[in-house]
Design a protein around this ligand. Structure first.
Ligand code: ARG
Length: 464
């Protein structure tokens, strides 16, 4: 286990073995190996440009680190838990291999600005990776929307049949949500893209580091302006976790609908055999487990956000070791959301929608009651009055155990003299959907245009 020899002469006693294991984080932060090396190469290169390292020392460091990075990538690098964390492991291995030049690498740097840099580099890549997956799922949904444009179904409020609509319109609602999710990940990526290096442990360093150079080298937009902030805050991870929690929440709603729609009660969708499971007891079962697990993982992702919020809330400035606890929730949330997106894309592409069942859902539930009211409004009746008339017609239809289209014209006329034969064509669901012909509504041409523009937008973005 780690001894205090690592910390020089301050300590006369070794670190307790249990305490040492307790503090070690390399099992988790080993995942930062590649970005840690990137950061160290930029730092060493800069130390040479300002004359702190010789060109030979720099070259030895860069060669040694490059070798270590490839071993990390190939998973042949052995992390030693006695070396506490990823930073000490890499620096220790480097010094073992190249000697004193390795021991000069940490000049003007602390693990505090180092780990903050690593987490920003890692999160930047994560935003891009997850953002791409978000786009891929959105594209799958938009493609299904384009393909199923003739499938009519009710739109729901309160899970009650509400107004005539179409499946594509429903699917495209998720495309919009995912579009904003993608935007939130990009915003997060942009805002976190600043470089902590040069902040030292908390109050900078006495070396005249070229902070612009390291920031530029690592692809950051600028160096961070305040060393206490740079080392002591993790709000960028809160943003990432918030964005991920919102993605997961959207995926959970989609999954809930897949579960609901695949019940015999709804039977709007059948997921592919490849995406469903059987029961160990009941031979007839075809269970929507994939969608359920996505829904279940959402609790875990939201939990990760809450975990880090609570970790940060009472911390005085600047760095505190509590911050080491930022990694498990971030790494877990990124990987879980990534997997949810990957699997849902497949589920959506393979699902079979039952057009017939969806269309039949429009025949009951008085989904066309708004059409009756709107018809009167077109005849000059005020909407509130028309609403009341249509409500009475619904009550009469319920009483007669029929639907609005089957009520005879005299019944309509009893409720309002402005009705005429024209009401019947307005009540037809096909007509009713087509008449919802305005931006954001489900008329066929509107939905087609929305699906096409989403497909173009997403395809372009994915090609970048
Ligand atoms: N493993 C630590 C972390 O993740 C690295 C920084 C340690 N800094 C310190 N002063 N002990 O936060």
């Amino acid at each position: 286990m780690a001894t205090h020899k690592a910390w020089g002469g301050r300590f006369s006693e070794d670190l307790d073995e249990v305490a040492s294991k307790f503090l070690a984080s390399v099992e988790v932060d080993g995942a930062l190996g590649e970005v840690d090396v990137q950061g160290s190469i930029a730092h060493a290169t800069m130390l040479c440009s300002i004359g702190v390292l010789s060109a030979e020392e720099r070259d030895a460091i860069v060669a040694g680190l490059t070798q270590i990075a490839s071993e990390i990538t190939n998973k042949t690098f052995v992390f030693d838990p006695a070396r506490e964390d990823v930073h000490m492991n890499i620096e220790g291995a480097l010094t073992d291999r190249i000697g004193v030049a390795g021991a000069r690498l940490h000049t003007g740097r602390s693990r505090n600005d180092q780990v903050a840099t690593d987490m920003r580099l890692w999160s930047r890549a994560a935003c891009q990776r997850v953002g791409k997956r978000v786009d891929q799922l959105a594209l799958a949904l938009a493609q299904r929307a384009a393909g199923e444009v003739d499938v009519l179904m009710p739109a729901y409020t309160h899970l009650q049949r509400a107004q005539p609509s179409r499946l594509s319109h429903h699917l495209l609602a998720y495309v919009e949500m995912l579009d904003r999710d993608r935007g939130r990940l990009s915003d997060c990526e942009q805002r976190l893209n600043e470089c902590p290096l040069g902040s030292g442990a908390v109050a900078g360093t006495t070396f005249a580091l070229d902070r612009e150079q390291t920031a530029r080298d690592l692809g950051f937009s600028r160096p961070m302006r305040n060393s206490i902030d740079a080392t002591g805050d993790r709000d960028f991870l809160l943003e990432l976790l918030s964005a991920l929690a919102i993605v997961a929440t959207h995926l959970s709603r989609l999954s809930e609908e897949l579960v609901l729609w695949s019940t015999q009660e709804f039977a709007f969708v059948e997921m592919a055999d490849a995406h469903t499971t059987g029961s160990s007891m009941m031979p007839q079962k075809k269970n929507p487990d994939v969608a359920e697990v996505v829904r279940g993982k959402t609790g875990r992702v939201v939990g990760s956000l809450v975990a880090l919020l609570v970790t940060l809330k009472g911390l005085p400035l600047g760095y505190n070791r509590d911050l080491q606890e930022d990694k498990p929730p971030v790494f877990d949330a990124v990987s879980q959301v990534d997997r949810c997106l990957e699997v849902l894309e497949r589920v959506i592409l393979a699902a079979r929608f039952d057009a017939e069942r969806m269309r039949r859902a429009l025949d009951a539930g008085f989904v066309n009651a708004t059409e009756a009211a709107d018809y009167l409004v077109e005849k000059g009746v005020a909407f509130r009055d028309a609403h009341a008339v249509a409500g009475r017609l619904v009550a009469r239809a319920i009483e007669a155990k029929t639907d609005l289209a089957s009520l005879p014209l005299p019944v309509y006329l009893e409720e309002h003299p402005a009705f005429d034969q024209g009401i019947y064509s307005v009540l037809e669901p096909e007509r009713a959907v087509e008449r919802r012909d305005l931006l954001g509504a489900p008329a066929k041409r509107r939905v087609q245009a929305a699906a096409e523009s989403a497909i173009t937008r997403l395809t372009e973005r994915l090609a970048r």
